[in-house]
Write a protein of this length. Structure first.
Lengths: 88, 302
């Protein structure tokens, strides 16, 4: 299970199909595409498993061709310090 | 009262006594020095600037003085002090006037954290600010000076100060620092321009400062709303282009350009995002200054 830690208040801006997110906990700013932003927003308010995220993303018109990409995406968000493992 | 109302003796005495409080936009600097070259430079560049009375609270307390010791007799040097502490290595004494300007830049960049600050030239037309964000050496001062000759009002050639509360650009008009070949290029643009002396062989090469127009100084309390962000890049012999930049890309570029974004946290993010929201964003590659000035002027006139 993954989620954005509860006490982090991410700041968002969207211009066209690109999203910018600022993480006050790290001071870092990130440029995200539609799917990355959707996944991150999905983890802001509740913990979800990668399988749940794949199911959510599959309903998007811009869904990735390979569901395994979501595994990589969550790993990247973890490495960027935007999400953390949450207890099940 | 403006600095020019002081006689040369009064100016010298006030500076020697620490009784010289200079207002530049939102900042008051208490300046202390006995160095004749700095006294003359302040009189020359800052004649149109208002003086504050001695009770005014100063944002910056600066002093220029030679280091103590025998060295002053065989190879004179000068130090820049902020709040009584020397902030840089000693400079050769003949660079004392530009050291004052560089030191004041340092004060703004290191102390004015109630603003979001960018490395950027800023000019204004019809109440809207045009920003030229670029790191040092990218030609932003040259473009800023060129736009001033085209009737834009100078807000700064060095720092964009963005007020987080309302997103306005706050002027801090100062002498424009030009380097190397830019000096002659700008001198050729207008006979009404007033330059100080050229200082040779500084760490930045040859340096000369352009005296700001009186109108920019008189209106230093008039902020401007965001209008345009133009990322300039001088490309010698390269293709000229002025093209729109996607706002998300502009935002990331401005994050990289900012002086204190990391310090301000969410406040900085919101201020920067607002700037991008309220501006059109452009990339300018140029090696022909008059053509670049023409295009930027047309952009601002649309």
């Amino acid at each position: 299970m993954w989620r954005v830690p509860k006490d982090w208040r991410l700041e968002w801006r969207q211009w066209g199909s690109f999203h910018i997110v600022f993480n006050p906990a790290s001071g870092d700013t990130h440029l995200l595409n539609v799917i990355s932003a959707f996944v991150l927003r999905s983890l802001e308010n509740e913990a979800r498993s990668v399988e749940e995220l794949k199911a959510l993303v599959s309903r998007l018109p811009e869904r990735p061709g390979d569901p395994a990409d979501i595994d990589d995406l969550v790993s990247e968000l973890d490495e960027l310090g935007l999400v953390a493992a949450a207890p099940p | 009262m403006n600095v020019s109302r002081l006689s040369s003796t009064e100016l010298r005495d006030r500076l020697a006594a620490g009784a010289f409080r200079l207002r530049i936009g939102p900042f008051v600097s208490q300046v202390t020095t006995r160095l004749p070259s700095v006294v003359a430079s302040l009189g020359f560049f800052y004649g149109d600037y208002p003086l504050e009375d001695e009770a005014a609270i100063a944002d910056f307390h600066v002093r220029l003085a030679p280091p103590s010791g025998l060295r002053r007799f065989y190879r004179p040097q000068v130090l820049f002090f902020q709040d009584g502490r020397s902030q840089f290595q000693p400079f050769p004494m003949d660079l004392a006037p530009p050291l004052f300007e560089w030191g004041l830049n340092w004060c703004v960049a290191n102390r004015a954290h109630h603003y979001l600050m960018l490395h950027s030239g800023v000019v204004e037309r019809s109440g809207r600010a045009l920003l030229l964000p670029a790191h040092p050496g990218s030609g932003k001062s040259t473009l800023t000076a060129g736009l001033v000759t085209r009737g834009f009002r100078l807000l700064s050639d060095e720092h964009a100060l963005i007020r987080p509360e309302d997103g306005q650009l706050v002027p801090v008009p100062r002498p424009i620092a030009l380097k190397n070949e830019s000096i002659a290029i700008i001198q050729d643009l207008g006979t009404e321009l007033t330059f100080g002396p050229t200082f040779h062989d500084t760490q930045k090469g040859d340096v000369s400062h352009l005296r700001p127009f009186e109108d920019s100084v008189r209106r230093a309390d008039e902020p401007a709303a965001p209008g345009w962000v133009v990322f300039p890049k001088f490309v010698r012999g390269g293709n000229h282009r002025l093209e729109p930049v996607a706002k998300a890309a502009a935002m990331m570029e401005l994050v990289d350009n900012s002086i204190n974004y990391g310090i301000l946290g969410s406040v900085g993010f919101r201020a920067l995002a607002r700037l991008v929201d309220e501006s059109t964003c452009w990339a300018l590659d140029y090696d022909d200054l008059p053509r670049a000035l023409d295009e930027i002027s047309r952009l601002a006139d649309r």
